[in-house]
Ligand binder design. Structure first.
Ligand SMILES: [Mn+2]
Length: 252
């Protein structure tokens, strides 16, 4: 495994573009389509992934393998740690009996009841944030009430970021995910070049949902960090639909 991405301070690529992508949550086909067809990712581009690669969606294993393969093929992918990765690695280390429960909808991550060593090593290597000359990138957020927000890892994984703005980071824009937001809100913050921009559009929320307005959800979002283009890929997973149909049948 190449660990170039563990460097927290990252200079822009000489001749490439920079993209940040929100929560993928097992949507391998959607993510692959975003990377290949919409971004047409090149090896001199930087691709920053904001964490939460597993759970919820249909193909967590393929999602992790795709990220690892891109890195091994020489694409400059900078993956961050999400709360779902942290919870899994914590359980593997300290509470192995809950691993199966954590992966109850991502059983593809288990082989003979265990998480594969390759995936454990990958998750273990993931940093909590990146500092670019003009951005901070983080999965969930920062605790701005602290003197040193960069010391608080838990907020980087879990915080809901109620703030719209902060003095933290000076002119740096903070890009985060973790909290699903309607596409129009994401877009308006991008167009305004807001101080805090969330990129999670709840890629799995394509059906009626208790909390989220599903008609405004269901995309994987990528932000071009240089020209602020927002590139979206609608959820194209199929097995999620199959699962819903199966459940209906059982309850009928
Ligand atoms: Mn999350």
């Amino acid at each position: 495994m190449k660990l170039y991405y563990q460097k927290k301070k990252i200079s822009p690529p000489i001749n490439g573009r920079r993209f940040a992508v929100g929560d993928i949550h097992g949507c391998y086909k959607t993510f692959r389509s975003l990377v290949r067809n919409k971004l047409e990712l090149q090896k001199n581009d930087h691709l920053y992934l904001l964490g939460d690669y597993i759970n919820k969606g249909p193909e967590s294993k393929k999602t992790l393998n795709y990220i690892i393969n891109l890195i091994e093929e020489g694409y400059k992918v900078y993956p961050l740690r999400g709360n779902h990765e942290e919870e899994l690695i914590d359980a593997v280390r300290n509470e192995p009996r809950i691993v199966k429960w954590l992966l109850r909808r991502s059983t593809d991550l288990l082989k003979d009841g265990r998480v594969r060593q390759k995936h454990i090593e990958f998750i273990d290597s993931l940093p909590y944030y990146y500092k670019l000359p003009d951005f901070y990138l983080v999965h969930a957020g920062f605790n701005f009430s602290l003197n040193k927000p960069l010391k608080d890892k838990s907020s980087m994984l879990w915080r809901r970021m109620p703030e719209r703005t902060t003095t933290f980071g000076g002119k740096k824009i903070i890009i985060h995910a973790h909290q699903p937001q309607a596409l129009e809100i994401i877009l308006s913050r991008v167009l305004n070049r807001s101080k805090i921009i969330g990129l999670d559009n709840g890629v799995n929320y394509i059906k009626r949902h208790r909390y989220y307005e599903y008609s405004k959800m269901g995309h994987l979002c990528a932000l071009n960090l240089d020209n602020f283009d927002l590139i979206v890929q609608r959820n194209i997973e199929t097995s999620a639909t199959v699962n819903v149909l199966k459940r209906k049948k059982q309850s009928a």
